[in-house]
Design a protein around this ligand. Structure first.
Ligand code: UDP
Ligand code: MG
Length: 316
């Protein structure tokens, strides 16, 4: 009998925690599968943890890991993967935006032998601005990145044991899951669902967070931006040389003509901008190296009901 692990990151989701439990339980209780819930309380400030504890006391399919503070959803997913014992792992938001009615379809994909079954949402019901931003983001990402990202394919997916182990072997601190899922490869199947609006609680994303997520996505996955800086520098240098050649020609044939203020200022501004931008890009990479070399753990556990050895894949 295959076992499914549901990984449910929750940050301030007190209303949703019992609801998502009910909804998933309804799907799997009568099924042929064994299952477990792994709630990851990401340092919630409301009664999320209490709600989870109540569920755990009622049903021993429920396990939880509670962080000592908010470490972010990526860390929560990582913790969930480390604690999962199932043959198949399903990542799901605990805000009911990921419909549990898809679980059995996902399991069908798993039985067919796929290592990742991805539930893709269409973006109906989202504002034009938001849709525009995400479209641009994906187009830009896919230009700049070595892995192909798919619009609408997020964290809602099923992973086989092999895929989970592959993800755990990537121990980087700065985790950009969307990219990591693509990076590990393995066979994938897409299934589709209609976007669901959030009923309780609120989204944790602000516009500035989305922007920094975009920058993260571009920078944490490859070094193409560095190459772009290199090319820009090269281009500037070549146009500088061409300009000097033209000016020199002018001096030889027409005598010295003072080009003056305008050219000086333009050169300073363009070069200054280019240099600052390139420095910024280099700085971002160095910042990332700094974070990685500290080798801090991805999260600190405040409380948990599971006491099993983690499936931590050695970092050495
Ligand atoms: N979440 C989390 N830690 C955070 C932010 C979010 O564990 O710091 C969880 C949140 O509880 C939810 C899921 O991640 O279950 C998705 O969050 P949200 O609904 O805010 O994102 P959206 O659906 O708007 O992309
Ligand atoms: Mg949500």
């Amino acid at each position: 009998m295959s076992k499914i692990s549901f990984i449910l990151p929750a940050y301030n989701e007190e209303e949703n925690v019992p609801r998502i439990y009910e909804a998933i339980d309804r799907e799997v209780r009568e099924s042929k599968y064994d299952y477990e819930f792994i709630y990851v309380d990401d340092g919630s400030k409301d009664r999320t943890l209490e709600r989870i504890r109540e569920l755990q006391q009622k049903d021993n399919h429920v396990n939880y890991v509670s962080f000592s503070r908010n470490f972010g959803k990526e860390a929560a997913i990582y913790a969930g993967l480390q604690h999962a014992t199932g043959d198949a792992v399903i990542l799901m938001d605990s805000d009911l935006q990921h419909p549990p009615s898809l679980i059995m379809d996902m399991m069908k994909g798993f039985e067919e032998g796929y290592h990742q079954v991805i539930a893709c949402r269409d973006r109906r019901g989202e504002s034009m601005v938001y849709r525009g931003i995400t479209n641009t983001f994906y187009r830009m990402m896919n230009k700049l990145s070595t892995v192909e990202l798919q619009n609408g394919a997020g964290d809602f997916r099923l992973l086989s044991r092999q895929a989970v182990d592959a993800l755990l072997s990537l121990s980087e601190n700065n985790r950009f899951s969307k990219g990591l899922f693509e990076w590990i490869g393995l066979s994938k199947k897409n299934i589709y669902y209609e976007n669901v609006e959030r009923q309780f609680g609120e989204t944790k994303w602000s516009v500035s967070m989305l922007f920094s997520y975009a920058v993260d996505g571009i920078l944490s996955f490859n070094t193409k931006p560095l190459r772009i800086c290199l090319y820009l520098g090269l281009l500037t240098m070549l146009s500088g040389i061409a300009y000097i050649a033209i000016m020199l020609g002018g001096i030889f044939f027409k005598g010295i003509d003072v080009p003056g203020y305008f050219t000086t200022i333009s050169a300073i501004l363009v070069l200054g901008g280019l240099q600052l931008m390139s420095l910024g890009v280099i700085g971002e990479y160095i910042g990332r190296i700094y974070c990685e070399v500290k080798r801090r753990p991805h999260y600190i556990v405040g409380e948990t009901n599971v006491n099993r050895a983690l499936r931590v894949v050695s970092m050495e």
